[in-house]
Design a protein around this ligand. Structure first.
Ligand SMILES: Cc1cc2nc3c(=O)[nH]c(=O)nc-3n(C[C@H](O)[C@H](O)[C@H](O)COP(=O)(O)O)c2cc1C
Length: 210
């Protein structure tokens, strides 16, 4: 079952919102268009994400479409930390559109949304929203989930809908960074002592064998 679902295609996006005066948000791979007139989209948001609470309280969010040129640190900062205890946009370049933060960071485009409904789906909410304002960005190809996995070699954290528990992942030699989810194919212990995670920069001692 899980292996079949891993063949579905996605993109990589930042969902941002205002938490009072503070911009916050997270990475999602689940943004899909529902209709064009009106322009409706849906996202899948984990109930444990702080972003879920902000969306529920404010009823608004923005979507930034990451491109292949977007820095991987943007994904580390927004997708592997929580806005509950961090100001996630401190080192991330953003601007305000329609009262909401949107990313620069070589994104392919950005748009803002008003929430129409939130449907409880167990671990996640399916959030239906109407697109309000938009702006184009970089001409570089939008980042696909396949590109994120195969080129950036990123993983999916526990709250992502596509997360696959360790026990169902095939047993191959690989190490995963405990901080950002970067997947090292092979034996990371054979790297020099000063080897650092290409995604978040921690030392190899942070890698766990999977
Ligand atoms: C590539 C990637 C895809 C993700 N997709 C989703 C998603 O579709 N829905 C979701 O709820 N979380 C998703 N996540 C997980 C959240 O980004 C992550 O749990 C984040 O730390 C939540 O931050 P917050 O607590 O500030 O909201 C994804 C993370 C990554 C790195």
């Amino acid at each position: 079952m899980s292996n079949i679902l891993r063949k579905l295609s996605y993109g990589v996006y930042a969902v941002l919102a205002m938490d009072g005066e503070r911009p916050t948000g997270c990475i999602v791979n689940t943004v899909f268009q529902i209709s064009s007139q009106p322009a409706l989209i849906a996202i899948s948001m984990n109930k444990d994400n702080y972003t879920y609470e902000v969306l529920k309280n404010t009823g608004r969010f923005s979507v930034s479409i990451l491109s292949e040129d977007t820095r991987r640190e943007v994904i580390t900062d927004l997708g592997f930390r929580s806005g509950r205890d961090t100001n996630k946009l401190t080192d991330v370049d953003y601007y305000m559109l329609d009262g909401l933060p949107v990313l620069r960071e070589e994104c392919s485009g950005v748009f803002t949304c008003d929430i129409r409904s939130m449907t409880d789906a167990g671990t996640h909410f399916v959030i239906l929203a109407e697109v309000k304002e938009s702006a184009n960005g970089s001409e570089v190809a939008p980042m696909t989930y396949k590109y994120y996995h195969e080129v950036i070699k990123g993983g999916a954290p526990k709250n992502a809908p596509t997360y696959v528990p360790e026990e169902v992942v095939a047993a191959e030699e690989r190490y995963v960074c405990d901080v950002c989810g970067y997947v090292y194919e092979g034996d990371v212990t054979k790297e020099p002592e000063d080897f650092r995670c290409p995604m978040c920069g921690v030392l190899k001692s942070y890698f766990k064998k999977k």
